[in-house]
Design a protein around this ligand. Structure first.
Ligand code: ZN
Ligand code: CU
Length: 483
């Protein structure tokens, strides 16, 4: 902006990584209201507040494309676990699980209970949910997916079967209404009991509502083990039939017999990407986490308990140790711990690194904010990619790591005017120290804030500074297609 005389906030002396993948450059950044007003040598611009960020990187705020923060936006509105990592926007409603549209009068079936017990399920329409967030905003922006399992629980008397055509019609109608309210797509969790009986056709019929709204289909696939290729083909078919882009969630291959098969799966991505729009996200760990499930125990080397309703005292312990103490096998112990959650050590580090290195892979945490002893990805994902995988292991340059957590993510999820440090874009920014940024959360001590994140700005307001949340809640509910 030529002739800018005054701005509200100025970040001076830093190195700007703009999020497009371009090399860093020395520049000041001026913010007016909620937008970036100028970038360059701004020494003559007066500022309401100026922060010296010499020696630091100024990047777009990170977009966590894979979250389960639907309820956390309301119950933990300062979102410490995310802003402490430099995250300024989250995509919620993944894996078929969204908090709306659904009203419950009893505990929802797993995995929907990852978001909370019945008192949290009170938004019968998507519009009501988004309005609640407008009225009590969080410190980060959020974009919203509609969960297929949520739709099923709301439309069917029994979810452990295929939906009838009248039920499909109801679900498609609710999806349409939610998209009208501003949701950006449909997610499925075909891996989980409340949706595993859904045939491909059912998903296609519901997903047809997406096309006219510019929505996308996002999926925790039916299988990420022996049948991973079959599941990828199912996913791509759904995208083609519905005529919409697809995004494969937390891409991985798990189970010892499948180690190394990311070569095969990424080749399949390459092949199909020539003729349809396909994206993916990945988290930087070789262990997964969700509700405690027998089939997940079966393919894991080690299982850790993250929460248990009847036995909260066992959180953070190995399932094997609990089982030994009880004198039963791990499956019987798991049964006794229900409802419960777990971490599964079931992947090969080489596969994780190969997928992280794939140029189209976005980064998402898949963090579970209500687990009592959560997987460290909740607090560590983004600094771990920047510090451990980019700087220390050299998997990719810092600029490329930033691109795949900012501009690529904003583009794939339709976040208008975000994900780039450029004049006129929203002032969502993360200032960090490239030399010492690193995750601190571990499997043993999972809720430790990362190091190296200096200042985080959301819509022009500072939400994180000097190692803590400022309490500013300047995030917004991002409605698809609207700025
Ligand atoms: Zn998932
Ligand atoms: Cu998930």
């Amino acid at each position: 902006m030529a002739g800018l005389e005054r701005c509200d906030l100025k970040l001076s002396g830093g190195e700007v990584i703009d999020g497009t993948g371009a090399a860093r450059m020395r520049a000041d950044v001026a913010i007016v209201d909620d937008r970036i007003a100028a970038i360059g040598d701004l020494s003559s611009v007066r500022a309401g507040r100026e922060i010296d960020v010499t020696g630091r990187i100024v990047a777009p705020g990170f977009v966590d494309v894979h979250t389960h923060d639907d309820r956390a936006l309301l119950s933990k509105p300062t979102m410490d676990m995310k802003v402490s990592q430099g995250v300024t926007s989250v995509v919620v409603g993944n894996c078929g699980i969204s908090l709306a549209p659904l009203v419950m009068d009893r505990r929802p079936p797993p995995p929907l209970d990852l978001l909370g017990t019945e008192e949290w399920w009170k938004y019968g329409t998507f519009d009501a949910f988004l309005t609640a967030i407008d009225e009590a905003p969080a410190s980060v922006n959020a974009a919203f997916l509609v969960g297929h399992s949520t739709l099923r629980v709301g439309a069917m008397d029994d979810v452990y079967r295929a939906a009838r055509s009248d039920e499909i019609k109801t679900m498609r109608g609710r999806l349409e209404e939610s998209l009208d309210a501003g949701a950006c797509g449909l997610s499925t969790g075909l891996f989980y009991a409340p949706s595993e009986q859904a045939p491909t056709e059912e998903v296609i019929e519901i997903a047809r509502a997406l096309k006219t709204h510019g929505g996308r289909y996002v999926t925790h696939m039916r299988n990420e083990g022996a049948d991973v290729v079959k599941s990828l083909e199912e996913t791509f078919l759904i995208g083609r039939e519905a005529g919409v882009p697809v995004i494969v969630s937390h891409h991985k291959v798990h189970g010892k017999d499948n180690f190394g098969r990311s070569k095969e799966t990424l080749a399949l991505f390459d092949r199909y990407r020539k003729s349809q729009k396909i994206g993916l996200d990945v988290y930087p760990y070789h262990a997964s986490s969700t509700v405690l499930k027998a089939d997940s125990i079966a393919f894991s080397n080690r299982v850790m308990v993250t929460w248990s309703v009847p036995h909260p005292e066992h959180k953070g312990r190995d399932l094997k140790d609990v089982a030994e103490e009880w004198g039963v096998d791990v499956y019987a112990a798991a049964e006794r711990l229900q409802p419960a959650g777990a971490i599964y050590f079931s992947m090969d580090e080489d596969d994780v690194q190969r997928i992280l290195s794939y140029p189209q892979a976005m980064f998402g945490s898949d963090g579970l904010p209500h687990d009592e002893f959560p997987h460290p990805r909740l607090w560590g994902t983004f600094p771990r990619i920047l510090g451990h995988y980019s700087r220390d292991l050299g998997l990719f340059p810092l600029e490329e790591a930033v691109r795949r957590m900012t501009s690529l993510s904003a583009e794939e999820f339709g976040l208008k005017d975000r994900g780039e440090v450029a004049e006129g874009k929203f002032a969502d920014l993360c200032v960090f120290d490239a030399r010492d940024i690193i995750d601190s959360a571990t499997f043993e001590d999972p809720m430790t804030p990362a190091a190296g994140i200096d200042t985080v700005v959301v819509n022009g307001r500072i939400v994180w500074a000097e190692g803590r949340c400022t309490g500013e809640r300047s995030g917004r509910a991002l409605r698809q297609g609207r700025a």
